[in-house]
Design a protein around this ligand. Structure first.
Ligand SMILES: *Cc1c(COP(=O)(O)O)cnc(C)c1O
Length: 754
């Protein structure tokens, strides 16, 4: 299916010249398929365990600190000469494992899975084009910031596993999101680093023969590079197209770092969510309009456009333009036709999460396109306004997305309800429950988030083919029959790994801040693997209330330092660079280390990313989530915790409102509080403490005659068997296929479920 990735310079597809082991390793490193195959990760690690974790790279300038790269196989292989590699491979007897891994990858990319043969129907000839401003595939590819990006990464991985014909489009940020460092006062500092592009599995897309583009006049580089151009009123922005292979899925990333661009535009795609509204709209025309142009040049004619969040809604306008140009349709007809093929997913009920642009920014950036569409400025603005005649209303990307799609969805059942209420204004003639926004609840990519120790345990205990059937309830039924002692031991082994990970990180943090030897040494003793461990990791947006527990510090002290039943906490997360209240929350949590009552019981791990998240969800006993209801659209980190046997302790918001059944975790409150209720925070804090004191802690420490917390492990089994299948990304993608992609591609006008 996927074309040969020809980075090692030799054609493997012909079969004539067998690849060397080193070439096979390079091929494995160049398809991000490896990121969800623990046996391949282990192979890379075995080649050089210390460099796998830590490769020191050059300082950027004289004053910059040392930098490290971890978990990056291309960087790793660049440090090992082919001869050295061959000798290491034979010393460690890795040949068979490399051969096997390479063969498995070849089989994977060259075969169509059984699920696809049964389910993709017309999509076989009409691909889905999935647009997202961020993609979180792996920590080594830093082009994501948080939940939205990781969801997009999980979506394309599951699309790959299921064999859904899908291509993904986004932007390439050569600095990504920021690296978080806390100073000695616990205040967040944002550091931006240039990514070593040569260590990423990127290809530059070439101009194909069929392309209508004239060969570009190049000032530097390769004349064959495909470049798309977007005209604004003030200038033209050019972008080249890079490509990454994610299993069977191609991920195209536009990059404006070209010499023919102005200085401003060269760095336009450097940083994710950096810059002001002007930067944002320019990024969004590159990803949306540029993305659709790029697909056409590459020769892909999508049958479905999936807009992951409003950021990319300009894509639909460019699709309208192309349809008018190619089929001679009128603007109105083309809009109706494009909407029929467009799926729009909204991700947040928080107002700041919806991009809004001024009339001037819209005219400057979309004016050229609207001339070609033959519509007035007022008509264009109307597409992004709730009230077309309100000239004070800015242009909202979510409104555009809703108006230009026939399939709109929220990301959890409760979020669907909230979104219908929120956007009722667009359909004033309808009842609220008739607003055409359905929901498809999010899910997570099981092989990416489940620890291999758990996976091994499940492989021994569940029916064969379990992993392929992971969206079926029956596939997980065997979890209840797993020996309780064995499940508990597996969990505890992972918890011990988490504790060592946290200690290593804290040690590094203290060293970087130049703290005293005494302080640095103490990091080797923080946390106790025997103690009930609660994790909280996510963006420090204030509505997520990271400091809710800190509202009664004496009660928290009693919990943490109860001699029989102590509790400890691991926190991690970034605040948006402009979010000072969020940074204050981080500071309050981080500075608990200066309070002797909490020094060993409350830690903050810097620089939350996929790697930190994976360690946390795989090792904690309890995953805490206490947002202000109903502002958490879905949340996905708790689903990752489920896969590893951690129990959720959460407000009944987002996915948890439909997941919790009384036996598979813990709830905070009764799901009735509302955000506009002034007493909400105090009441939720009270409920959080009560649930901890009366349910979570007693259950965890109640052991039977074998020293096993039987009731707890039973809850772990309930949690995995009732939730893992429902909240898997395979289930999510499968729902998108049947409820949105197939109808959108086939032109049927069925409605999405509410
Ligand atoms: C899964 C994930 C998130 C999402 O967490 P929520 O609890 O859903 O907000 C954010 N960041 C990273 C790095 C993740 O892996």
């Amino acid at each position: 299916m996927a074309p040969e990735n020809n980075l090692s310079g030799r054609n493997a597809g012909s079969g004539s010249v067998p690849l060397t082991l080193s070439e096979k390793c390079t091929k494995l490193a160049n398809n991000l398929w490896w990121t969800w195959h623990p046996e391949v990760i282990d192979l890379f690690r075995s080649l050089d365990p210390s460099q796998w974790r830590h490769i020191e790279i050059e300082k950027e300038h004289e004053f910059s600190k040392k930098r490290f790269i971890s978990h990056n196989p291309i960087a790793l292989l660049s440090r090992i000469q082919p001869e050295e590699l061959e000798s290491r491979v034979s010393d460690l007897v890795l040949n068979t494992r490399i051969d096997q891994a390479y063969r498995r990858m070849q089989e994977y990319v060259n075969n169509t899975p059984a699920w696809a043969q049964r389910h993709v129907g017309v999509l076989g000839s009409k691909k889905v084009a999935y647009f997202s401003l961020e993609f979180g595939v792996h920590e080594a590819v830093p082009i994501y910031s948080g939940g939205l990006g990781v969801l997009a990464g999980d979506h394309i991985k599951s699309a790959s596993d299921l064999g859904v014909p899908l291509v993904a489009i986004g932007l390439f940020y050569d600095q990504g999101y920021f690296t978080q460092e806390l100073d000695i006062d616990g205040w967040q500092d944002q550091k931006y680093h240039k990514t070593r592009v040569d260590y990423l599995p990127l290809e530059t897309v070439k101009n194909t023969a069929g392309s209508k583009l004239v060969k570009r006049t190049v000032k530097d580089g390769d004349a064959d590079t495909l470049v798309v151009s977007i005209k604004t009123r003030s200038n033209t922005i050019h972008a080249k197209v890079r490509k990454m292979q994610v299993g069977r899925v191609e991920l195209y990333l536009l990059d404006t770092d070209l010499e023919e661009n102005s200085e401003e535009d060269r760095s336009l795609t450097s940083r994710l969510y950096g810059g002001d509204n002007r930067t944002r709209i320019r990024q969004e025309i590159v990803s949306g309009i540029g993305g659709v142009k790029a697909l056409r040049e590459i020769g892909i004619h999508p049958g479905v456009f999936h807009l992951n969040e409003g950021h990319n809604a300009f894509a639909a306008l460019e699709a309208v333009r192309q349809m008018m140009e190619e089929d001679g349709k009128s603007f109105d007809d083309a809009v109706a036709e494009v909407a029929q093929h467009t799926v729009f997913t909204t991700h947040t009920p928080v107002p700041a999460g919806h991009d809004r642009f001024s009339s001037e920014l819209i005219e400057e950036h979309l004016g050229q396109l609207r001339d070609e569409l033959g519509i007035s400025h007022h008509q264009l603005m109307s597409l992004g306004r709730v009230d077309p005649n309100n000239n004070d209303e800015p242009f909202c990307m979510t409104v555009l997305g809703l108006k230009l799609s026939r399939y709109a969805n929220a990301v959890a059942s409760l979020h669907g309800y909230v979104s219908r209420k929120m956007w009722h204004c667009l359909w004033p003639a309808r009842q609220e429950d008739e607003v055409p926004i359905g929901h498809i609840t999010n899910g997570v990519h099981v092989p990416s988030w489940m620890a291999w120790q758990m996976k091994t345990l499940f492989e021994r205990n569940l029916q064969s083919g379990w992993s392929d059937e992971q969206m079926d309830e029956e596939a997980w039924a065997g979890v209840r029959k797993i020996d309780k002692g064995e499940l508990w031991e597996t969990h505890n082994a992972l918890k011990t790994l988490l504790v060592s990970f946290v200690r290593r990180r804290l040690n590094r943090q203290c060293q970087r801040r130049g703290e005293s030897m005494a302080v640095i040494d103490k990091t080797w003793n923080v946390l106790d693997p025997q103690v009930l461990t609660i994790g909280f990791g996510r963006r420090f947006a204030t509505y997520k209330r990271a400091t809710l527990l800190l509202s009664d510090i004496d009660r928290l002290d009693k919990l943490c330092n109860n001699p029989e039943k102590p509790v400890q906490f691991i926190f991690s997360g970034k605040a948006h660079p402009a979010d000072n209240p969020g940074k204050e929350f981080i500071q309050m949590v981080a500075n608990l280390r200066n309070d002797p009552r909490f020094a060993n019981r409350f830690v903050f791990v810097e620089d939350y990313d996929i790697n930190v998240c994976r360690h946390m969800v795989q090792g904690v006993d309890v995953w805490l989530n206490n947002p202000r209801r109903p502002l958490e659209a879905s949340g996905t980190s708790g689903m990752k915790a489920v896969l590893n046997g951690a129990l959720n302790l959460s407000i009944l918001d987002g996915w948890w409102a439909e997941a919790y059944d009384g036996t598979n975790g813990f709830s905070i409150g009764h799901g009735t509080q509302n955000v506009d209720d002034a007493k909400t925070d105090a009441r939720d804090a009270e409920s959080l403490f009560e649930t901890l004191e009366n349910e979570v802690i007693p259950c965890f420490y109640k052991v039977d005659e074998h020293g096993l917390p039987g009731d707890w492990v039973e809850k772990m089994q309930n949690s995995i068997s009732t939730l893992a299948w429902r909240f898997s990304a395979n289930r999510m993608v499968s729902d998108y296929v049947t409820e949105a992609y197939l109808p959108a591609a086939g032109g049927c006008s069925c409605r999405m479920k509410h």
